[in-house]
Design a protein around this ligand. Structure first.
Ligand SMILES: Cc1cc2nc3c(=O)[nH]c(=O)nc-3n(C[C@H](O)[C@H](O)[C@H](O)COP(=O)(O)OP(=O)(O)OC[C@H]3O[C@@H](n4cnc5c(N)ncnc54)[C@H](O)[C@@H]3O)c2cc1C
Length: 271
């Protein structure tokens, strides 16, 4: 049985716009990330925390990878301050506007370059794109088992024992490693960075890789290499209105409520 201490863990972190700031949306529907303050995506902080707890318990090596503009280095610097061992940024202008398939392809090529790994931990979804597709697509590229929306897990020999959230319940799974899991924000409470952690991180190197460095094919990335195009993003203004439902008894009130909902287009007519 493999010793847990030999484990190599990879954590994927995405830098997302600070929700308190205005984010410009470009003509092509992509976010102008370069001009906004970036934060580590919430779920990815929990993914980092999960990996660091394994490191503290068993002494594993933790590497964080991010794909994004040069300023995504800040997110990796914060991850280093939290306590990870290595950081890799794939930053290449040609990758701008990548959809989830192109993003997971790039991450796959970077992981291939890194070599041996046992466990990949991603966030369940990002707070900007929010598709929850990158983890599963990456696992497919790598041909390894995966579990999404994980709310608890532990390592047992060569396996991961986990509980994942499903609609209306939970599922318990045992995955053989190497494996990939995507974790929910609620899986733990991520640590904050300490002053000594920040000082340590300041002097640690971050590897910056281009598409050539990872051997990625240029026509599979960026806007032109992405099968999904964002056609339009619209802001929805939600309005609250108070409506008094009249009627002499419960049945009459329910019928009046259904009528109003149909008139408002919330319910379609039952034929
Ligand atoms: C409003 C909006 C809508 C979008 N809709 C779509 C869409 O419908 N289809 C589509 O293909 N693309 C879409 N995109 C593009 C999408 O944001 C990017 O492809 C993005 O790089 C990955 O998708 P995601 O944010 O949905 O990630 P998710 O799949 O939600 O992220 C899950 C996890 O994957 C990891 N991860 C994701 N991106 C990176 C990264 N760059 N570096 C490291 N780890 C990462 C993180 O661990 C993250 O927590 C959209 C973008 C925006 C801004």
């Amino acid at each position: 049985m493999k010793q847990v201490t030999e484990m190599n863990i990879i954590v994927l972190i995405k830098q997302v716009p600070d929700p308190r700031e205005y984010v410009r949306i470009r003509e092509d529907g992509t976010l102008d990330r370069e001009k906004t303050r970036g934060l580590i995506n919430d779920c990815d902080k929990s993914a980092l925390e999960a990996a660091l707890r394994l490191k503290e318990r068993y002494g594993c090596r933790v590497t964080a990878i991010s794909m994004g503009p040069p300023k995504a280095e800040d997110a990796l610097r914060e991850a280093l301050a939290m306590g990870i061992d290595d950081a890799v940024l794939i930053s290449d202008r040609r990758a701008r506007g990548s959809d989830t398939l192109a993003t997971s392809y790039v991450l796959y090529k970077a992981i291939e370059k890194l070599g041996k790994f046992d466990l990949i931990i991603c966030g369940a979804e990002s707070s900007d794109g929010g598709t929850a597709q990158v983890g599963p697509e990456l696992a497919e590229f790598l041909g390894i088992p995966q579990a999404t929306f994980v709310e608890d897990f532990e390592v047992e020999g060569n396996h991961i024992l986990l509980r994942r959230r499903m609609d209306g319940g939970h599922e318990k799974l045992r995955l053989a490693m190497p494996a990939l899991i995507t974790v929910l924000k609620e899986i733990n409470k991520p640590r904050t960075t300490t002053f000594s952690g920040i000082l340590r991180a300041m002097n640690m190197p971050i590897s910056i890789w281009s598409l050539e460095d990872i051997g990625a094919e240029v026509d599979k990335v960026g806007l032109s290499g992405s099968p999904t195009k964002i056609m339009k993003i619209e802001k929805v203004n939600l309005r609250r209105r108070k409506i008094l439902i009249e009627g002499d008894n419960v049945e009459e009130k329910v019928n009046n409520l259904l009528r109003i909902l149909r008139e408002e287009g919330v319910l379609s007519e039952v034929v």
